[in-house]
Design a protein around this ligand. Structure first.
Ligand SMILES: Nc1ncnc2c1ncn2[C@@H]1O[C@H](COP(=O)(O)OP(=O)(O)OP(=O)(O)O)[C@@H](O)[C@H]1O
Length: 872
């Protein structure tokens, strides 16, 4: 990745070599007193008597102006005759009453509380200039006086003058504008300035135009000063279940109050939203079987009840409605509490810290911006993705009841009676939660797992007995018409758009239709398994797509390994943006096993280097490190750099294990064990989750596992440590195990043409000069990506010319420079320097000193390289 852009722009600070790491404070504490750090060190303001006198003067001046202006508001009419007669009055200021009378002023009565001077001053400021906005002078003098006398900074001087000046003009013109609607004279409210400015503007753009102009200026100023937020009141969403539902909502609202107390399972949130059936709605009752459901999010429905009649054999039946994106915490809260919770105002406490070198740098140059090199980069937009399905959940009541009847019947065949059934409809499966009558042993139901599955005669039934943390038994039954979950629908959610996660991956929707987003950085690695054709590739594409939608190329790099050669090739267009590769390699997407081994080992080197940098920076993880770097607390001259996350994607791990075995397993296990803190995360997919592929070492280090449908229970156990994956229905139906939890998710669907479009959209933008270069790895047999015995003259390294330019640019013939800048291993860098010597670009080895560079500038070097190329 090129750092050039940053080096020549504001991110780099000249003379960084002199910056001390961690920036020990250079200035003394005295200099950093609260009184104007900018002035400190130039004039000793603190002890100057003159400053104190000046402070006092400003305070008195402020008071004087305040009294004069206030008085003017009451006395201006009476003093008007004197002021106008004296033609502004200033020339009469120091004349006595007698003198004035001789000059023709018959009666000189000045009522301003501060006499003639007060009247004249106030008239000048308020009438002639800015109207009541002139009170800003009172504030300005007060702030200055207070600052000079008490050495307390109430507001920064630049702000005081900037804001003060703006407000003076703005208030004056605004008042004139409104005043002109009522009465144009007198002008003491807006002053002559406001009056005439408004008049001129009105003549140009009309009254409405001036209003719009003032509104625009006012709001712009508010945005600049307070970064004002404009938020429209949120629209409440309504999800429609079926046509009957909306008609019934009003009924439901009327009925709910009566019914809720009877339900032993209702929580306050449920009560609000509980919907009852008519008496005719009993399951197994009369023919007319209208189910009343409400999905109106306005009333935040929690649970929909399909109430059975009172007969004891027929358990009542509830539906869990589908509320996307609602936090669990809100779910269990009474609605009024959610709505009425008061805003929390947090007062910021000002910390007084000594100013460090890093602070000074940040003040001077701003924070380091890793995105600056590609500052114009645009994230892919949502239109590149397609809509699939209607997006609505259609509830088929007949199907629900038929399934419910079957479950009740099957269980009663085994003498298991149940109290209640609740249904939660997901995109592909519906979860029926049953509560057995007291006395029924759960182990009994568990033992009947297969029999129940057989009676329901449907593929993909999974029984969860008991449901963890719920005290119910779950039976997942596939829907007849599964709903496709479009990637677009998941990415477009607020949950994804506003997530704060480091590496958010939008996996799809859960059984309760909630969008499921996981943080790969926390997982911290993911093992994906699934038989062929069950949606694994789509899953991998969904993971990559989510990250591409969320991250900037400066923040994330992928290392892609694709032994099948075709699965990840779609992403080759984003090589210069998001991919990482070994130096000297042509293709960033690795398909050759030998190169995979080199790349994995290179990643281990990168990991070790990152750990060294973290150790030097005294931080524990990548986030802290990058934070420190951005705040210029780490010196790039000491090797520190902004480190992007690296995500390694291996599409067919089984293939690698078959061909390379331990050679692959060892670095993968090492990375899985250690790499999380340095921002390297692995996503490893395999078709065959057998124990010789997913070995104990690998499994132990991948707590997060994603299983698509597998062919046998044994495979399911290998990947998830439990059955279940063999009972999935395929087409993106999957189980995610995160430590102890097992969640069923319908994977978001993203098709190959969509992925292609996204890659092309990114690829068409300006990228880095090359892919992100990983450190060079040379294996012990000398067959690494490095060079073996090469002829120094005839077989030059691929990076020879680049190294030559680097050396000439820096005028420093050192191996370590090549090593650092081109990210090469010592051996290869050493060989390149030998080649440079052989070509006559650098001088011979001189012990501890750097070699002499024999070309003074890039121009002469380019000529030499050209002639060299011609000779070859
Ligand atoms: N999330 C999904 N939603 C709907 N259909 C899906 C989903 N995922 C996959 N499918 C369907 O399943 C088919 C196969 O998916 P995919 O190519 O991802 O399988 P695979 O497991 O990668 O197979 P292989 O290992 O042979 O490459 C897709 O073409 C698509 O029709």
């Amino acid at each position: 990745m090129s750092l050039k852009g940053n080096q020549f722009r504001s991110n780099t600070v000249k003379g960084e070599g002199k910056i001390r790491n961690n920036g020990t404070p250079k200035r003394s504490r005295d200099e950093q007193s609260t009184f104007g750090t900018r002035f400190s060190g130039r004039i000793n303001f603190q002890n100057s008597k003159a400053v104190k006198i000046a402070g006092l003067f400003f305070l008195v001046l402020s008071l004087y102006f305040f009294i004069a202006f206030t008085s003017y508001l009451f006395t201006w009419q009476n003093d008007q005759s004197y002021i106008s007669a004296a033609n502004g009055g200033w020339n009469t200021l120091f004349k006595t009453r007698e003198e004035l009378e001789t000059l023709g002023f018959k009666e000189v009565v000045v009522e301003n509380w501060l006499g003639k001077l007060g009247a004249l001053l106030a008239n000048q400021f308020m009438y002639e200039w800015f109207g009541i906005a002139s009170f800003l002078f009172v504030i300005a003098f007060f702030v200055m006086g207070y600052r000079l006398l008490f050495k307390v900074r109430l507001i920064a001087l630049d702000k005081l003058f900037g804001y003060g000046f703006f407000l003076l003009l703005f208030i004056s013109v605004t008042i004139a504008y409104f005043h002109s609607f009522i009465l144009e004279y007198p002008h003491y409210l807006e002053g002559e300035f406001g009056f005439w400015t408004n008049k001129i503007l009105e003549a140009q753009v009309g009254t409405a135009g001036v209003g719009a102009f003032l509104l625009f200026i006012g709001l712009t100023a508010l945005i600049i000063a307070f970064n004002l937020d404009f938020k429209l009141p949120e629209k409440k969403k309504k999800i429609v279940l079926n046509d009957d539902v909306n008609d019934l909502i009003s009924n439901v609202e009327e009925e709910e109050d009566d019914d809720v107390q009877e339900d032993e399972y209702t929580t306050p949130a449920f009560q609000r939203n509980q919907i009852k059936n008519d008496r005719s709605d009993h399951i197994g009752g009369e023919k007319e079987n209208e189910t009343r459901l409400s999905q109106n999010l306005e009333v935040k429905p929690r649970k929909v009840e399909l109430d059975s009649d009172a007969s004891s054999n027929n358990p009542s039946f509830e539906l869990e409605p589908l509320i996307a994106n609602e936090p669990e915490s809100e779910r269990n809260m009474p609605l009024n509490e959610v709505k009425e919770s008061p805003d929390l105002l947090v007062e910021r406490v000002k910390e007084e810290k000594p100013l460090t070198t890093a602070d000074t740098l940040v003040e001077q140059f701003g924070q380091y911006d890793p995105k600056l090199d590609l500052s114009g980069y645009q994230h892919p937009h949502l239109d590149l993705l397609k809509d699939y399905g209607s997006g609505k959940i259609v509830v088929n009541n007949e199907e629900l009841e038929a399934n419910k009847d079957k479950i009740v019947e099957t269980l009663s065949n085994y003498n298991i009676e149940i109290d209640k059934i609740k249904a939660t409809i997901g995109p592909t499966v519906t979860l029926y939660e049953i509560i057995p009558k007291p006395g029924v042993r759960i182990s009994k139901i568990k033992n009947l797992e297969d029999d129940i599955a057989l009676s329901l005669a449907a593929l993909g039934i999974r029984i969860i007995a008991p449901m963890p943390g719920k005290g119910t038994i779950g039976i997942e039954v596939p829907n007849k018409k599964p709903e496709m979950v479009a990637m677009k629908a998941v990415i477009a959610t607020e949950k994804f758009q506003h997530t704060e996660m480091d590496l958010p991956i939008a996996l799809g929707k859960t059984i309760s239709n909630e969008v499921y987003i996981a943080d790969l950085a926390k997982m911290p690695h993911l093992l994906v398994a699934g038989a062929t054709g069950q949606g694994k590739s789509v899953g991998i594409n969904a993971i990559i797509t989510s990250l591409l939608y969320k991250k900037h190329p400066a923040e994330l790099k992928f290392v892609m390994v694709d032994p099948k050669k075709v699965e990840l090739s779609l992403f080759k267009t984003i090589e210069r943006h998001f991919l990482a590769k070994l130096p000297g390699e042509e293709e960033a997407i690795i398909t050759d096993t030998k190169k995979v081994i080199n790349t994995l080992n290179s990643l281990c080197i990168e990991m070790d280097q990152r750990y060294d940098l973290l150790k030097n920076a005294q931080v524990r993880n990548l986030r802290e490190y990058n934070n420190k770097f951005v705040n210029r607390r780490l010196n790039p001259e000491e090797g520190h750099r902004f480190m992007p996350f690296i995500v390694l994607i291996v599409d067919e791990f089984a293939d690698l294990m078959m061909t390379a075995g331990k050679e692959v397993e060892t670095p993968i296990a090492r990375l899985a064990q250690l790499a999380r803190a340095v921002g390297i995360h692995l996503v490893i997919a395999t078709q065959r989750p057998s124990v010789n592929i997913i070995t104990g070492t690998i499994k132990a280090n991948f707590p997060a596992r994603l299983a698509f449908r597998v062919l046998s229970k044994v495979d399911s156990r290998t990947i998830l440590d439990t059955g279940g994956a063999d009972q999935l229905i395929g087409r993106g139906d999957m189980l995610l195990a995160t430590g102890s939890d097992l969640i069923r998710i319908q994977c978001a669907f993203v098709d190959t043409p969509e992925v292609e479009e996204i890659s092309e959209f990114i690829g068409a933008q300006r990228g880095y000069p090359s892919a992100f270069l990983l450190p060079e790895y040379v294996d012990e047999n000398g067959e690494g990506s490095g060079l073996s015995d090469i002829d120094l003259v005839n077989d030059r390294d691929a990076l020879f010319e680049e190294a030559a330019r680097l050396i000439v640019l820096h005028q420093q013939g050192s191996t370590s420079l090549i090593q650092r800048k081109l990210k090469l291993g010592y051996n290869r860098a050493g060989r390149i320097i030998d080649q440079l010597e052989a070509a006559g670009i650098v001088g011979p080895f001189e012990g501890s000193k750097a070699r002499e560079v024999l070309y003074p500038d890039e121009y002469s070097l380019e000529q030499f390289l050209e002639s060299l190329a011609k000779k070859d």
